[in-house]
Design a protein around this ligand. Structure first.
Ligand code: SF4
Ligand code: SF4
Length: 114
């Protein structure tokens, strides 16, 4: 479920608003905000498209989990999904060529311990 928009990172490009299939985001001024979290389908599209890694979608689809932006940054999770699927600038391989299972195991381990 979508859990975080980094107000430090968001540049107001509106891509998350456009790609979200269930209209979770609104714009407030130049920032995207999570307006309808309960509608989130945990599809990761917004996180994949955000050009500045400002979004975090937790793998828990059925419940909201508490996240701290600084923890996500320190653990390398903020923006890691875009890199994992090869959508980051300069990526040399793509999801089609990779086993993403360890990525989700790391996600789950991070939040299971809380
Ligand atoms: S895609 Fe990222 S930078 Fe663009 S509006 Fe959404 S959160 Fe902000
Ligand atoms: S994970 Fe998917 S459904 Fe949820 S906010 Fe992002 S784009 Fe929308």
């Amino acid at each position: 479920m979508i859990e975080l928009v980094s107000t430090d990172r968001c540049i107001g490009c509106r891509l998350c608003v456009k790609v979200c299939p269930v209209n979770v985001f609104d714009m407030q001024g130049k920032l995207a905000v999570i307006a309808r979290q309960e509608d989130c389908q945990t599809c990761f599209m917004c996180e994949a498209y955000c050009p500045v890694d400002a979004l975090y979608v937790a793998p828990q689809a059925d419940e909201s989990v508490h996240v701290e932006e600084q923890e996500l940054i320190a653990s390398g999770l903020l923006g890691s999904w875009r890199a994992e699927i090869g959508w980051n600038p300069g990526a040399e391989d793509t999801m089609a060529e990779r086993d993403t299972t360890p990525f989700f195991e790391e996600f789950t381990e991070t939040f299971r311990s809380k």
